[in-house]
Design a binder for this molecule. Structure first.
Ligand code: CU
Length: 129
């Protein structure tokens, strides 16, 4: 009565085989992409009365970063409240700040150790896109 009935099981088994193959491919993918975690991007920043150089640090969202701050004159501080970063930097005593840029935006950082009359304008920004 139904002329298509004999072919249906064949089509079903082909479809089933395709599904099995697809799910196998999906399962294999994560193993192939388990690459080693890349090294953090290293950025050197100098601090001196009354500036940081570079003043603007541009990052990509998700990027792991290692800032190494070096003071060229006296003790300074480094503080970025929004990214929860803080430390002191002195000549002969570099400050290493490691973090992951996990949110986009513009985040101000500044000197957090009073260093003279220009202290309050000693600032910069981290821009994460
Ligand atoms: Cu200062």
């Amino acid at each position: 009565m139904n002329a298509r009935k004999p072919t249906s099981p064949a089509i079903l088994s082909i479809a089933f085989a395709a599904l099995v193959a697809a799910s196998f491919a999906i399962r294999v993918t994560p193993q192939e992409s388990a690459a080693p975690v890349p090294e953090p991007r290293k950025i050197a920043v100098t601090a001196k009365k009354f500036e940081f150089n570079p003043e603007t640090i541009e990052l990509a969202r998700g990027e792991r970063v290692e800032l190494t701050l070096t003071s060229l004159d006296r003790k300074h501080g480094f503080k970025c409240k929004e990214l929860n970063l803080e430390g002191e930097v002195e000549p002969e005593k570099p400050l290493v700040v490691s973090f992951t840029a996990d949110k986009t935006g513009t985040f101000e950082f500044k000197c957090s150790n009073f260093c003279g009359l220009g202290h309050y304008r000693m600032k910069g920004k981290i821009v994460v896109r």
